[in-house]
Design a protein around this ligand. Structure first.
Ligand code: FES
Length: 176
């Protein structure tokens, strides 16, 4: 068809129309799909990293050098029959005394040993017998009797220590 002649039939009109920019559209589609896949990949990676961080925060014995010390807490009879009791521990290392404290709690899971340090900014939590939960005096964080953070700013449960019972004595494993 000559350029100065107007199209008369539908076919001529279709021929005279500019063809759609399919290459640019394909390229935009593939960029969009690449971005989508990249964002999905980053979301999965972030999920994995957050999960790993949460697992590490549950267990104090995994922090630091990874070495542990088994320390004596007292007699098995010293464990609380109900509620919670704070207990001190100590051991000698390189000529100096290392000390710390744990809270023994009769929880729905049985006797457990928790770190008294709030996972928000490290204040010591307090057991509330009536509510059967721990509260943090600094910013009002709350934990249930298993140490699970239930409200307020704490980002994670209280740290937990493994308990061992041997010949009537109670021991906990603490980071060395
Ligand atoms: S230090 Fe415990 S809530 Fe902030």
């Amino acid at each position: 068809m000559l350029p100065w002649v107007f199209p008369r039939t539908d076919e001529e009109r279709a021929e005279s129309m500019p063809s759609p920019p399919t290459r640019e559209k394909d390229s935009a589609d593939s960029r969009r799909s690449f971005l989508k896949r990249a964002i999905n990949g980053l979301a999965v990676l972030a999920g994995i990293l957050l999960g790993a961080a949460a697992l590490l925060s549950l267990s104090p014995r995994r922090r630091g050098s990874g070495r542990e010390e088994i320390v004596l807490l007292g007699d098995e009879d010293d464990a609380p029959r109900r509620g919670a009791r704070e207990m001190l521990w100590s051991y000698e290392k390189n000529g100096r005394t290392v000390t710390g404290r744990v809270i023994l709690v009769q929880s729905p899971e049985g006797l457990i040993a928790l770190s008294p340090s709030c996972t928000h900014l490290g204040c010591f939590v307090v057991w509330r017998e009536e509510e059967k939960e721990f509260t943090c005096p600094c910013h009002g964080g709350r934990y249930d009797s298993t140490g699970r953070n239930i409200s307020g700013p704490p980002p994670a449960p209280l740290g937990r220590f493994d308990i061992e019972k041997r010949e009537g004595k109670l021991y906990v494993r603490v980071p060395a």
